[in-house]
Design a protein around this ligand. Structure first.
Ligand SMILES: Nc1ncnc2c1ncn2[C@@H]1O[C@H](COP(=O)(O)OP(=O)(O)OP(=O)(O)O)[C@@H](O)[C@H]1O
Ligand SMILES: [Mg+2]
Length: 333
């Protein structure tokens, strides 16, 4: 099969003058090369397409692919992760990972939390603050945790995100509002263990790859798995495969959230426990990073004994089964 590959190459955006932090979520050449190699190993012919605009130009020029492996995060707007999927839907081309609804919904962490909460699943109480004057109306009990509503890769997240008392709220939230020019999500601070769960598959067939505990060992950033810890994960973070009762509860919750949100093919759910050891949903990443060395999903898959190639194979198998391409292929051969 002829498979297209859509992605946002970090170097392209750095060359256009964007900063390190705003391009932190974009892909490095080794990520694209690793996916390409894993797809070739399956016998696919791989065509590198690139970002939304490159995809648009090639579609308009009449080029088509049997399906697309999509990891493009997009650049502009709350629908940025939904843009490539929506365009491919418009042309009737199947693709890996979630649909536009899920991509846009989960980028807005408060909207995702509302759906999770509506399904009776645990997530911390929260408020969305869109302007500085709304801080005075906060009624949540302290300590709180503040973060940009729709960012990833730990952007805007550090130990300073924990707000111990009302006197600090206006400054912390005000700084985030000014710096990221988007509403701030304010949640009850969860002081317990942190987990991230990798999932592959669809609907009832979706299953857990592994749940790992994220253990921080950075004395200066000891509370949150934020930007500095993510950038220097090799020094500051231990990922530990865990199977105790609390970790299993985290995994069960992650899978229930993944299904409730209708995520497809694969994803990673971040969770944290409250003071009594009860895990809560933080967020889901329907486009979990796929760098073979640095990204959390390949790291946890490796800890579970999965090679990178197996991870990509499982994602592709889930996609081909979901779209019916697997059956077509069997018929054709
Ligand atoms: N309510 C909370 N209480 C305590 N810590 C929190 C809370 N919310 C977030 N954190 C900390 O901040 C980190 C980043 O939060 P979150 O996962 O929402 O952001 P992200 O930047 O989107 O992450 P990713 O890189 O996974 O996309 C969490 O891993 C956790 O350590
Ligand atoms: Mg996260």
């Amino acid at each position: 099969m002829r498979v297209g590959l859509t992605y946002d190459l970090r170097a392209d955006y750095l060359a256009e003058g964007y900063g390190e932090e705003e391009t932190a979520e974009f892909d490095s050449p080794d990520t694209i090369a690793a996916i390409e190699e894993a797809l070739r190993a399956r016998g696919h012919q791989v065509v590198r397409i690139g970002h939304l605009r490159a995809l648009t130009a090639r579609l308009v020029a009449g080029e088509r692919w049997d399906w697309v492996f999509n990891i493009a995060e997009g650049l502009h707007g709350i629908g940025r992760e939904a843009q490539v999927p929506a365009l491919l839907d418009g042309y009737g081309i199947p693709y890996t990972f979630s649909d536009p609804l899920v991509m846009a919904l989960t980028l807005d962490k408060a909207m995702a939390k509302r759906v999770v909460r509506d399904n009776g699943l645990a997530t911390a109480p929260f408020a969305v603050i869109a302007a500085g004057e709304e801080v005075a109306g906060l009624t949540l009990p302290y300590p709180l945790f503040a973060k940009p509503l729709a960012e990833g890769t730990g952007k805007g997240i550090s130990d300073a995100s924990r707000i111990g008392e009302p006197a600090r709220a206006a400054r912390v939230i005000g700084e985030l509002l000014a710096r990221f020019r988007q509403p701030v999500l304010v949640e009850t601070f969860l002081p317990g263990r942190e987990f991230t769960t990798g999932i592959v598959g669809n609907g009832r067939a979706a299953r857990i790859v592994a749940t790992v505990e994220v253990k921080l060992k950075n004395a200066e950033q000891a509370l949150a798995y934020g930007y500095d810890n993510k950038e220097h994960y090799d020094r500051f973070v231990d990922y530990v495969l865990v199977e105790d009762a609390e970790a299993r509860a985290a995994g069960d919750l992650a899978l229930a959230c993944y299904r409730a949100l209708n995520c497809r093919d694969a994803g990673r759910v971040d969770l944290r426990s409250d003071a009594s050891g009860r895990p809560h949903f933080l967020e889901v990443n329907p486009l979990a990073g796929l760098n073979p060395v640095k990204s959390d999903l390949p790291i946890l898959a490796r800890l579970a004994g999965w090679s990178y190639r197996r991870l990509i194979d499982e994602i592709v198998d889930a996609c081909l089964a979901r779209t019916g391409l697997a059956t077509e292929r069997r018929k054709a051969s």
